[in-house]
Design a protein around this ligand. Structure first.
Ligand code: HEM
Length: 404
């Protein structure tokens, strides 16, 4: 019922031309139009529609809400209906169009309301499909790409089923945490009957140097220095977007996402000498430079690093093979109170977009799990893999290339 209501509401909104007045946070007042980006630093809008889904190459917003769902839709028609409804809602949310608490006094409001008057703050909504969607319930078993293989168990994994897996994921990123929360809350509400929540993860990161610098993770190191550059289109074609001609044409323009929830033993790390910390990572803590260097972005010389340092194992720089393994990392820090033994429960929610996780994440993580000097301080508690379908064109819906 609530889904029908909100769909009708969305059509009404589309009828007014998709124009919404949005009050910007730090960036002044904006008027956002569907399909147009109005970008003022941390405020404004990122278009939902496009060849690729937003939220992959989009410069990382400061806040994340990530939801993983089990699909409860009874058949493929219901699944299509759900994704159609989410498409309109995601477009509306990312434009910051606020339907207000309207509706009639005898029904719940169409929108939950907590983003009323807030700038969307570059909200993106990115949807992915987990292996479970291809289990036969929806007649999709033959459409499961081999890249979406279940991840193997890695040494020292301590995975919790309640924080792993899922049939569908939604990554909502915004510079305003309340906007990101609102997006997931309303998509979850709209999806009632078709999906049920399996796990939720929120995250944060803060760019250094007044907004332009590499953010730091909770080990205190700059994280993202040697990341792939999303502006390099040919690199994205080789490492991030699904390979053309893979036989699974519905994924053209899509990508694969690996999510890993990694706890950091913060207290133990904080008792570790600076020299050890830097040796284990392979970089200088303050500047982010490779060890023995001075500038953050100077070339890494593997021979100067411990063979088991994190960056040497993550990227051995042995030529073409190392280059083909590289991933677009988009992870976030998290903290969630204290664990059962009085320690801070915090870490890194690793998100990696890639062309083929078998060649990329799995190869790298096998090396890391076996030898990374950081392992003493890390354990993985959550894991999931998703196929991220291509972007949506106006009039289309999320996953159309798979379900049409
Ligand atoms: C809590 C867990 C982790 C922490 C604290 C961490 C931290 C770091 C740091 C500080 C860097 C150096 C800065 C940079 O170039 O970005 C780095 C690089 C990197 N990390 Fe991690 N990392 C973690 C987990 C992982 C995992 C699970 C992978 C799996 C694929 C991974 C892959 C990489 C890669 C590919 C690089 C770039 C290496 C290079 O090209 O030089 N990291 N990480």
């Amino acid at each position: 019922m609530s889904r029908t209501l909100s769909r009708r509401r969305l059509l009404e909104l589309a009828g007014v031309g998709g124009v919404a007045a949005v009050a910007a946070g730090s960036g002044g007042v904006l008027v956002a139009r569907g399909g147009e980006s109005s970008d003022t630093g941390t405020g404004g809008t990122v278009p939902f529609y496009g060849d690729h889904q937003a939220g992959i190459l989009t410069p990382q917003q400061h806040h994340l809400q990530f939801a993983s769902y089990d699909v409860t839709a009874a058949n493929v028609a219901e699944l299509r209906d759900l994704l159609g409804s989410w498409t309109g809602l995601a477009d509306r949310l990312t434009r910051g169009a606020d339907p207000g608490s309207g509706g009639d006094e005898f029904a719940p409001p169409d929108d939950t309301g907590e983003a009323g008057g807030l700038d969307p703050a570059r909200l993106t909504v990115t949807v992915g499909f987990g292996p479970g969607l291809f289990d036969g319930r929806f007649g999709l078993a033959g459409s499961r790409p081999p890249e979406l293989a279940d991840l193997p168990r890695f040494e020292k994994d301590e995975l919790e089923p309640a924080q792993s897996g899922g049939d569908i994921c939604v990554q909502a990123c915004s510079n305003d945490p309340q906007v990101a929360f609102h997006a997931i809350r309303n998509l979850t509400r709209d999806g009632r009957g078709g999906v049920s929540l399996r796990w939720l993860q929120k995250g944060f990161l803060s760019p250094t140097d007044g907004g332009a610098g590499t953010p730091r993770n909770l080990m205190g190191f700059k994280d993202g220095t040697a990341n792939l550059d999303p502006a390099k289109a040919d690199r994205m074609d080789r490492n991030v977007w699904a390979a053309p001609g893979s036989g699974f044409g519905w994924m053209a323009g899509g990508s694969y996402l690996v999510a890993r929830k990694i706890r950091i033993r913060i207290e133990q790390w904080d008792r570790t000498a600076l020299g050890e910390q830097e040796k284990f990572v392979g970089r200088v803590k303050d500047s982010g430079a490779p060890l023995l260097g001075t500038a953050e972005h100077e070339a890494v010389k593997p021979s100067k690093l411990d063979v088991a340092s994190h960056i040497r194992l993550a990227n051995p720089r042995t030529g073409a093979d190392s280059e083909r393994e590289r991933i677009l990392r988009r992870g976030y820090n998290f903290d969630e109170g204290i664990d059962g033994i009085g320690q801070i429960s915090a870490g890194l929610f690793f998100l990696g977009y890639q062309q083929d996780p078998r060649r990329q994440f799995v190869t790298i993580q096998r090396r890391l799990a076996a030898n990374d000097l950081l392992n003493e301080y890390l354990f993985h508690t959550g894991s999931a893999i998703f196929a991220i379908p291509p972007g949506v064109q106006p009039g289309g819906y999320i996953g159309q290339t798979l379900l049409a």
